[in-house]
Design a protein. Structure first.
Length: 85
């Protein structure tokens, strides 16, 4: 999960991109709860489509890596154009 990744690698900045407001709220709440014992300061949350965020907000060679969770919420063939991977 994003929270576990941020905790395991505090030297890295983590950018979490989520389309759904509820998903961001859940992550923010989890970070807040976890931060009571050890502050988590390396995570930024963005609401938006991952493809758009990657192409519009980050320049070439500006990211060390990209990790994708739940890349295919569109299982039907007709939804292929909506898939990230």
């Amino acid at each position: 999960s994003t929270l576990a990744m941020a905790q395991a690698e505090p030297e890295l900045d983590v950018v979490a991109v989520e389309v759904y407001r509820r998903g961001l709220a859940q992550l923010l709440s989890a970070i807040d709860r976890a931060s009571t014992t050890n502050p988590i300061t390396n995570t930024r949350l963005l609401r938006g489509d991952g493809v758009d965020v990657l192409s519009d907000m980050f320049g070439p060679d500006s990211l060390t890596g990209v990790r994708v969770f739940f890349p295919d919420p569109w299982p039907k063939a007709r939804h292929h154009k909506r898939r990230l991977l």
